[in-house]
Design a protein around this ligand. Structure first.
Ligand SMILES: Cc1cc2nc3c(=O)[nH]c(=O)nc-3n(C[C@H](O)[C@H](O)[C@H](O)COP(=O)(O)OP(=O)(O)OC[C@H]3O[C@@H](n4cnc5c(N)ncnc54)[C@H](O)[C@@H]3O)c2cc1C
Length: 346
């Protein structure tokens, strides 16, 4: 009988859970650690004192056309269908549809769209003038010539896990070959104890910022409970002013997120540098000249030359903005490749 491989997975987010589950099913012993006190990473959700479900790190809308990812996750959750709609609040308080569609253009004038919707939001979000932001990021904001109101018009599968993301990841980790240790920080001594490490944390932190820090944008979440049944017609409203908040989320407007008839919970999002938010890393910074991508590549090369037993993965480990389906897809590929190379009996 071949000896059972022993793998450490740093991070209990969607990437770590996907890798742990895939390896565990191939009879690999998986130890999952996370420095936070909960699993699910940034998808963590919970019910507040008003019976309203909140996503602690911003609203997470699952959308994809990747059937393999849907098939994989559907083993751990049922789904509540949900097609996301977003509104933007104009200076006079009026709400218009985002992404900009034909109706929105007619209301504000096509020539004004960049200054009203894109400049203030993007400058607050990235903390730099629009002209310095990588155009790839701006191009993620589509403009339409029809009346379609949906935020993700092209994805064939759009839904929320029926019992939430926390429950879904709990089921993913529920396997006899997986042990989970929360409030556990990775340390370099752990490297000797395992055959391999999948690390979904930051590569610069792992190398003690040897080549300098990789910057991130972060978000401060300001939660407000209001003694009214409902404030907005949709779950997300973007602000078009130059104030500090980019958007507000009204949680109960998401399906099965609470039916409280007297109270609603809102979360206002205030972007900031990660150093102003307890070093919570959310969005890798992409500047127009690609400086940070080059810095990341330098770290990546150093790791592959000096630490062949570590695979960096996930949103932080790859220093890439990954949606949930991309995090799952990329983690499935990484764990498959590792199993092909390391499990001879397969
Ligand atoms: C505000 C916001 C909104 C988003 N909305 C959407 C959305 O609507 N739809 C969508 O598809 N995607 C969305 N995403 C992206 C989604 O959050 C990611 O795709 C997903 O969380 C990636 O999972 P991950 O496991 O790679 O990373 P994470 O969820 O960040 O998990 C990494 C985990 O590793 C742990 N960790 C890191 N370093 C260490 C260490 N040294 N020791 C121990 N533990 C460590 C962290 O504590 C964390 O729990 C959003 C992201 C943000 C920030």
């Amino acid at each position: 009988m071949p000896t059972q491989k022993n793998v450490l997975i740093v991070g209990a987010g969607l990437s770590g859970c996907t890798i742990a589950r895939s390896l565990a099913e191939a009879n690999v012993q998986c130890t999952v650690i996370d420095r936070r006190s909960h699993i699910a990473g940034n998808t963590f959700d919970f019910e507040n004192q008003f019976g309203i479900k909140q996503h602690k790190y911003g609203p997470h809308l699952f959308h994809t056309s990747n059937h393999k990812v849907v098939e994989f996750l559907s083993r751990f959750t049922d789904w509540t269908p949900y097609k996301h709609k977003v509104k933007a609040q104009l200076a006079d308080g009026k709400l218009v549809t985002l992404p900009i569609n034909l109706e929105t253009k007619e209301i504000v004038g096509a020539d004004n769209c960049v200054e009203i919707f894109i400049r203030p939001y993007s400058e607050k979000m990235w903390g730099m003038p629009l002209e310095s932001i990588d155009p790839q990021i701006i191009n993620r904001v589509p403009m339409r010539d029809d009346l379609n109101e949906y935020y993700f018009p092209n994805d064939s599968f759009q839904a929320l896990p029926a019992q939430g993301y926390t429950r879904m990841t709990e089921v993913m980790l529920d396997h006899s070959n997986i042990s989970v240790h929360l409030e556990t920080e990775f340390n370099h001594e752990m490297m000797t104890e395992f055959d391999h490490i999948f690390h979904s944390g930051s590569i610069d932190e792992f190398l003690k910022f040897k080549f300098g820090p990789l910057p991130y944008r972060s978000i401060k979440f300001h939660n407000v409970n209001m003694p009214v049944a409902q404030m907005y017609p949709v779950s997300v409203v973007n602000f078009t002013d130059h104030g500090k908040f980019t958007r507000v989320v009204e949680w109960k407007n998401l399906p099965k997120h609470g039916a409280n008839e007297t109270h609603t919970t809102l979360t206002f999002e205030e972007p900031c540098d990660y150093s102003q938010n307890n070093f919570e890393r959310y969005y890798p910074v992409k500047d127009i000249s690609g400086t940070y991508k080059k810095l990341y590549d330098r770290y990546k090369i150093f790791v592959s030359e000096n630490h062949p037993n570590i695979t960096f993965c996930g949103r932080l480990g790859l220093y890439a903005y990954l949606d949930m389906h991309q995090a799952v897809s990329s983690s499935l590929k990484l764990s498959d490749a590792w199993m092909q190379a390391n499990l001879n009996e397969r």
